[in-house]
Every structure is written in C-alpha cells, then in structure tokens.
Design a protein around this ligand. Sequence first.
Ligand code: AHR
Length: 523
Amino acid sequence: MRAFLVVVTLIVMVLAAPRMAAQKVELSIDASKSGAKIDRNLFGQFAEHLGHGIYDGIWVGSDSTIPNTRGIRNDVVAALKAIHVPNVRWPGGCFADEYHWRDGIGPQRVVRLNPNWGGVIEPNTFGTHEFMDFIDQIGSEAYVSVNLGSGSPHEASDWLEYMTAAQATTLEKERAANGHPAPYKVAWIGLGNESWDCGGNMTPEYYLDRMKVFSRFVRNYNPAQMEKDQMLKIAVGPGGGEQRWTDWTETVMKAYQQHTWSWDINGLSMHSYTVDWNHKLASVGFGETEYAQVLKSTLEMDALIKKHSAIMDKYDPQKKVALVVDEWGGWYAPLPGSNPGFLVQQNSMRDAILAALNINIFARHADRVRGANIAQMINVLQAMILTDHEKMVLTPTYYVYKMYVPFQDSTFVPVTFDAGSYKYGDFTLPRVDALAAKSQDGKLWVEITNVDPNQAAEVELNLTGINAKSASGETLTALKVDSINTFDAPNTVVPKPVSARAQAGKITLKLEPKSVTVISLQQ
Ligand code: AHR
C-alpha cells in the first residue's frame, strides 16, 4: 500500500510540474498592410549633467589618457554610432531649468554647484560647443532643453541666436570666435522640464502663459532650418495618469487648439519611469518576483499613452502635436556605495525585456508618439553604456537598441497573435509580444519578445503578402533574469545569431525564455 501511494504521489507530482516544453505561438503578418511610420526619434537618448552621465561618460578632456577626440571618448562615440542615435536631449532634466548657457562657452567657464544631483561641482567644461561636437561625432541631432524655470525668455532666445544665427550679429561673431563659424542645427527644443515639479512647481495655467512667451521669442535663425528641417518645439506635458496630469494635458492642448500665429508647439512631452517611488527595487541580485513585478508595471505605459492621446485627440484630431515620451526607463535603488544623487544602477536582462516592451508600445502608437528618450544614455538610470575611467561596458539595453536599428523610420505592419499569459505569484503578464515593420529598403522585420523566463516559445510565422524562404537575425537572452554585463565579464548578455528556413510555406523559430529576437525575412 505504501509503495502504491509513493507511485501515485510521484505520478501526481510529474503531472503537476510546470511543463517546460516550448509554448506554441502563431504570429500572422500580412506584409501588404501598413500603418504609421515608426519615427527614428522613438530611439532618442537623454544625457543630463547628472553623476557620470556627462563627465567620465562622454567628456574626459583632451589631455586625458583615455583615447578621445577633442575631449570626447572615442570608445563611447564608436558604440553610440552603431546604434544610430537619432537625437540626444541635453542638458537636463531638472538640471536644464537651472542651466545658464553662458557658463559653458568661451575660454573661461563658470564653476557652479549641481544642487539637484549630489550637490557636486559643475565645471561647465562640457557646454554648447562640446555638446554639438559630440552630437556631430556620433551622427545625431540636438534636442536642447531651454531654461524656462530659473531663466528668462531673453536668455533662451540669446542662446538660440548664438547657436543658429548665420548673419553677422554680435552673438554669431562670438560663436565664430569660440570656434564655430557655421550655424548649428538645433532640431528640437524643450520648453522647460517637469515644470509641475523640479522645473518650478507651476500650475498648468502659469506654465502655459510662460511657455507661450518662450514659444514666441525663442527663435531658430539657421537658414537651413527655415523651410525643411524646422525646429520642433516641445512643451512640458504630463508625468503620470492622475487628475493633475490629465488637467495639465487638457490645459495645454485646449490652448493649442485656439493658438494664434504668435505661438505654436509641435510636441507635448510625457515622463514615465518604471519605478516604485516608496521602495526602489534593486537593479541586481533580484529574483522572479521582482522580474514579474517590474515588467507588469512597465506595461502601464500603454494605458498612460492612451489616456493622454485621447485628450490630445479631442483638441488635435489631425495629430499635429506629437506625444514625446522624453524620459522613460527603469529606475531602481542606487548601487550600494555610489552617491545616491548620481542615480547609478546596473542593467540586466530584465531591462532588455523592459526596453523591448516599451519600444513596441511606442511603435503601436506611432501615429501620435513620434519621439521618446530613454533615461539616460550613459552611467545614469537605464543606461546604454557604463564606464569606469578607461573601462567601458555595453548593457543589455544597448544591445536591444542595436537590434532595433532597422525599425528606425520603418513602416508599421500589423501583426496578430494570441499572447497567452505568463503568471508568477500575483502577477499575470502577456507571455509574448511582437512588432513587425517594413524598413525603407522594403525588407520585412519582426521582433518577438518572450517574456516568460522559464519556457521557450515556438513561434510559427503565418505570412501573407510575402513569399519568405528564410529568416535570420539575432536573439538576446541570458541565463538568469538578473544577468548583467560587467567590466570583467562584458559578454554575459550579448546577441547571438538565429535563422530558420521555410518548410511547407511556414517559418518556425524556437525562442529562448526571457529573450528579445529581431529577424528579417528573406524572399
Ligand atoms: O532623469 C532624472 C530626472 O528625472 C530628471 O532630471 C527629471 O526630469 C526627472 O524627474
């Protein structure tokens, strides 16, 4: 009897054990259908004067032993070139609303404190010319946030004249004397930053009045930006989904609907971090609970975009004003031993999945969301790159951005699938996510995220409108949900090649648990 019970128990245990066989997922894509353009600016970056985001991360100075070009690190430039950064938002963040551009030009820089971020010395050695040089070296464009908090419209308009004037004004001559006779291109300007909080704790009405004045007087004089490539003006928008944020969006967009010739905006910013402000989670050494918790929470981005898009649709049905998610990403507890004001964290396989899920959300809203800047580019929050003096390491998030390069300025192609669900404890999430698009050269690209950290996914592509014979690309996965790249082990989370051939007209791919995969289809 005892032996019988043991056998029965064993059978029950085997049946109840999680089935580790790959989950089948069918993706249907009709390549002849298309949606909105997936703007390359969804892949923008954010570089604030914060911790080692600029100093050490980008700027080492021309007399450094670290290989550099005019003070800017060569290793960082090479890495960023490879991910085709479309724009870099600078100099902040909260820093922008206390930044005075004159401190950062000319031979004599003004040394100040950085009260927002650790109270450290800000030497202003990295200023307008150094930023523009950096942008040029990585082949990107400038998204300059002007100081609407502690600065004046006069100061901001002088800055724009300094950067963009081509005629022989006093400011143009000063720029030339400082080494740059040709006008700079300023692709975007931000009219303030989080003006509802660190940018001056303004009411939406007060911000609106101030923003109109900045919009009117902060002009771009670059002749090359008069007809095409006009500078886009981005107003401060919401920082969440609560009433104070919906009121903010209502106020700005209602005014936009009635705006006169004398002011205009092209975008409304939105900030949304994946964070528990009351208890910041660790960026390393976590388990499946925190993996599921963070990814569940990051998916709220979709509802937030829908909420604010609905308000924008009321006042701007033609979608002239873009929603620009110019601060987003995972925000965790500072690494032990680091300056808490420097927002130093590691970047794991969880962050790679988090990045892919958010990019896919942005792309699905590409008709309205035409810009996004992950926070932040180097050494701060969900960074692409970590540096320590001469050492540099590329994070899992960096590799996601690299794999998504073909999606920049591609055309959305609808993809239908039953996502199924991944459950862990109290958390239930879609098991898979997917995005399809046609790049400008006509190639069909598909991204598939397998959120489930335990089970592989067997993906069958049902393709119409294309006679695909094979698929190839890259997949990013790791042993553990908290696997990271370090200076000593930089290749723990790196993409590997994947490929499959069509059989009986179908392409089937087996995707590892917790993976991000990007493939193109060959005919
Ligand atoms: O990215 C760090 C900070 O987060 C930015 O300076 C601010 O805009 C936001 O609150």
